[in-house]
Design a protein around this ligand. Structure first.
Ligand SMILES: Nc1ncnc2c1ncn2[C@@H]1O[C@H](COP(=O)(O)OP(=O)(O)OP(=O)(O)O)[C@@H](O)[C@H]1O
Length: 764
């Protein structure tokens, strides 16, 4: 896709071609001091003629447990039965014992014995909460599976601990770490003690006792099993993040705690809430003893395993990106290996620009200076690409720099990292209910975020954190961010409540209640999606939407696609798989693509569709799946993200399975590769009309002055430069995303007819 706006400003070498002076747009960055061969360069390890890997990453780290692997002692193991034996007296056990939380093991266990069901643990970052607490508790007597009578049925209750994480990257890496500590495999279809479950990726071995899962996944489980029968305890980790999902989970847990537990055969559910930066009073007030029939124990864990030195700048930095790059090269020059860097930036664009700059200059470093390799880490990356940031740098004698958004802010340990650089900002999504639009703007972070970011250093040894702001600025930061429920779209939250039979959503127990405008907007949209009946109760459609692993509008499109009127379910699955696989599958073409740019555009031409982005995604997906020879090469020629395409294929398979189970799909299609057949225009029309069943409220009409004006609320929107329809005029457009960055943008845009919009709106 084209993309003026998204394309980072061109970098040019300055006059005289000094490779140490670079220009990013109108900014000049002088890296001379950082790139000069060092007077005392970091000593290369003795090589005997062969370069040895940096001990930072290659010697200290072991890959995460996956599959049939060996224990630390090197012996293959079979799982559960031998786990303690395997873990005994290993370096890993010694490392566990050195964690501050280890000394509190007995306090933690005893505070949940007898009638105490709720525990709040506030412990510093890196004190060992996420990895140790579930291991302390999983062998407690109350954690055993029990057979009980529920009504006339005998059912199993308990036996497993769930530990929720705000993000999938944390759930996956923590599961890997804990599996390794317990000496148990983390692989499907094997026996093991640890598992994880995130959207479109579940590894839950037989016999799992500890399951890391994203908050969204636990909410899905709550819809299927309101009493959470398979669990003995739920650990809500990182509650300070206050996502909409965690607030909902807290509400549902409060209801279970307050209930007569009949759904669990009278067996209590233990609840542990944890964070380094929790608002203790607020949580205690929420789980107050009168409501939940148990007093909440509070445990504070002091200290962290390794110290972290914090450095602030003397004065405000005029340009964050520039200061960040300089800081990276500064550390690289001054600090010995091993010691990787984790830098927090605001978003994908900033990360990509920084990555290019670092790589370009690392390549020009003299041979006696270690190289730097940059790894991006942001939410839209595929799971596999995210995991790369957790692996050692590929080349020897190289320092790894992970360039991350705030997805690496809590819970995660990036192995090898000794230094953290915090730019002090984050892009925050804010939903403007009145405008029905989300904005995504960089804002100052809170103190809680700054503390969490600092906590990513000092996890495997002493660390340093460089804050690119002054100590006064830090003092002026807000204590915590506004909870997401007060600033974000709550469509999914309202649907989840309705699906759980909560009709009066305003009376659901929440730590903070959303404003009435947002609730009204969500209710209206659910009505339009036919998820609610006119009396506000959930419909059969609504129930199905709540259970789909995609957002409600996408779910609605899936349901409509199975209707004979549209009959395009397989195509819709392909498109949604592509859309939910991560970032835009089309890489933005950069200056360095210049020599092959025409070639790439020529190859992409066969994918671009005049109807817009949805049909373009479909064509890309179908041509990719039809490719019989070399799919990687196919992607490379078109500068298409290979990992996303692979992930899209896996999501497609899962969505097909779900649709078959829900009887939307009569039979599964034959396996790939199937010959590519372009969608004829009348079928393309049906497909776009089908998408309007989920997105008619996200449409705009062409005004006489050539701007697009939204049908709902009448705002002017511009077609985002990443869209194939950028610069084209159509009677009306439908957009799947609506976001305010520098401008009010419509993204993922398709051309539609005005009367289709009227038709879709008229259905309610
Ligand atoms: N994936 C990993 N690789 C290597 N070491 C790890 C990993 N995960 C955890 N550790 C080690 O275990 C320690 C404790 O981590 P844990 O996540 O349990 O702490 P925490 O108190 O939950 O921290 P936070 O509040 O920052 O999430 C880390 O400091 C690190 O030494």
């Amino acid at each position: 896709m084209t993309g003026e706006e998204n394309r980072p400003a061109k970098r040019r070498k300055t006059k005289g071609n000094n490779p140490s002076i670079v220009k990013i747009g109108d900014k000049t960055i002088d890296l001379t001091a950082y790139l000069r061969p060092q007077e005392n360069p970091v000593k290369k390890p003795p090589t005997n003629g062969v370069e040895k890997a940096s001990p930072t990453t290659e010697e200290k780290q072991e890959p995460e447990t996956k599959g049939n692997e060996k224990t630390e002692a090197g012996k293959p193991h079979k799982g559960v039965s031998k786990r303690h034996q395997n873990a005994r007296a290993t370096p890993m056990l010694r490392a566990r014992k050195a964690l501050p939380i280890w000394a509190h093991q007995e306090d933690i266990k005893s505070s949940l014995r007898k009638d105490n069901d709720i525990l709040l643990i506030v412990g510093e970052t890196g004190s060992g909460k996420s990895t140790q607490v579930p291991q302390f508790l999983c062998d407690e007597p109350w954690c055993r599976k029990k057979k009980v009578q529920v009504g006339s049925n005998t059912v199993n209750v308990g036996g497993m601990i769930a530990i929720t994480q705000p993000r999938r990257v944390a759930a996956i890496t923590l599961a890997g770490r804990v599996a390794k500590e317990m000496g148990t495999p983390l692989a499907p279809r094997q026996e093991g003690s640890v598992g994880y479950s995130v959207r479109f990726d579940h590894v839950v071995p037989k016999g799992t006792k500890i399951k890391f899962l994203t908050e969204g996944m636990l909410l899905q489980e709550l819809l299927r099993d309101p009493s959470l029968r398979q669990y003995s305890a739920i650990i809500v980790d990182e509650i300070h993040e206050r996502s909409v999902d965690v607030d909902l989970i807290a509400g549902f847990l409060k209801q279970i705690l307050a209930s007569d537990k009949a759904g669990r055969g009278g067996i209590p559910l233990k609840v542990v809430v944890m964070s380094a930066t929790a608002d203790v009073e607020k949580i205690q007030e929420f789980f107050n003893p009168q409501d939940v029939h148990s007093s909440m124990q509070l445990l504070r864990i002091k200290g962290r395993q390794f110290p972290v030195e914090i450095h602030h700048t003397d004065r405000p930095v005029p340009d964050i990106q520039e200061a960040l790059i300089k800081q990276i090269f500064d550390i690289h020059q001054q600090e010995p290996l091993p010691g990787d860097i984790l830098a927090f930036l605001t978003g994908q664009e900033e990360i990509e620009a920084a990555q290019r700059l670092i790589e370009e200059h690392s390549a020009t470093l003299p041979s006696n200076v270690p190289k730097i390799q940059a790894f991006p880490l942001y939410g839209q990356l595929s799971i596999q690409a995210q995991q790369d940031a957790f692996k050692p740098a590929k080349q020897a004698y190289t320092r790894k720099v992970v360039l991350a958004t705030n997805i690496a802010e809590t819970s995660v340990t990036v192995p090898g990292v000794r230094y953290v650089i915090d730019c002090g900002k984050a892009k925050v999504k804010q939903f403007r209910a009145r405008l029905g639009m989300e904005s995504l703007l960089a804002k100052a972070i809170s103190k809680s975020s700054a503390i969490q970011r600092t906590g990513r250093a000092g996890r495997e040894g002493p660390g340093k954190c460089y804050r690119l702001y002054t100590a006064e600025t830090y003092e002026s930061l807000q204590e915590a961010d506004l909870p997401e429920i007060l600033r974000n779209d709550i469509l999914g939250a309202v649907l989840t409540m309705k699906a759980r039979g909560i009709n009066d959503v305003l009376s659901f127990p929440l730590m903070d209640s959303p404003d009435v405008d947002s609730v009204e907007k969500a209710l209206l949209q659910l009505l339009f999606l036919e998820a609610l009946a006119s009396d506000g109760t959930i419909t059969e459609v609504g129930r199905k939407l709540a259970l789909f692993p995609v957002s409600a509008p996408y779910g609605r499109v899936l349901l409509a696609a199975a209707e004979p009127e549209y009959d395009c379910l397989l195509e819709v699955i392909d498109i949604i798989a592509c859309l939910t696989s991560g970032e835009n599958i089309f890489h933005q073409l950069q200056a360095e693509d210049e020599p092959t740019r025409d070639d790439v555009e020529e190859h992409r031409k066969e994918l671009y569709r005049r109807e817009g982005d949805i049909l373009t995604y479909l064509t890309a997906m179908q041509r990719y799946a039809a490719e019989n020879a070399d799919r990687i090469d196919w992607c490379r020629r078109r500068r298409i993200n290979v990992r996303n395409m692979k992930q899209a294929l896996s999501i497609r398979q899962q969505l097909r399975g779900i649709c078959a189970r829900e009887k939307l799909l009569a039979e599964l299609p034959p396996p790939d590769p199937q010959p590519f057949v372009p969608l004829p225009p009348e079928r393309a029309d049906a497909l776009l009309r089908c998408f309007l069943r989920g997105f008619a409220l996200r449409t705009a009409l062409l005004a006489p002055d050539s701007s697009y004006v939204t049908v709902q609320d009448r705002h002017v929107v511009a077609v985002h430069p990443s869209s194939v329809l950028h610069g084209h005029r159509r009677e009306a457009i439908m957009f799947l995303e609506h976001v305010f960055t520098q401008k009010n943008y419509a993204k993922k845009v398709s051309a539609v007819q005005a009367d289709w919009i009227v038709e879709a709106m008229g259905r309610r």
